[in-house]
Design a protein around this ligand. Structure first.
Ligand SMILES: [Zn+2]
Length: 99
């Protein structure tokens, strides 16, 4: 099932609460190279193409970006948080990369 824009923002809010980070703004726009990006002050931009992906993959993209508010890089700590929040994140990441 695909998400609509309201679902997408709702998912962001739920995960931000769960992780304990502040998302100040959520923007949706078409991006050529990335699924999403986030600034250190909590401005999240999501690619509108996410609306065409299965929810599990969209959720992975959102959690990945939100965890960046805790850890800016993709090091061990980052992976630790990902595993804590989404135990099957690697599977979802592989799935996303194979698209
Ligand atoms: Zn990243």
């Amino acid at each position: 099932m695909n998400a609509n824009k309201a679902d997408l923002k709702g998912t962001v809010r739920q995960w931000a609460d769960h992780i304990g980070v502040k998302v100040r703004e959520i923007h949706l726009r078409h991006m050529r190279r990335k699924w999403a990006s986030i600034s250190t002050n909590g401005r999240l931009t999501l690619n509108t193409d996410l609306l065409n992906l299965p929810e599990a993959l969209t959720e992975f993209v959102i959690v990945h970006e939100l965890v960046h508010l805790l850890v800016p890089n993709h090091g061990k700590l980052f992976k630790g948080y990902m595993s804590a929040y989404l135990p099957d994140w690697e599977e979802r990441q592989n799935c996303l990369r194979s698209l």
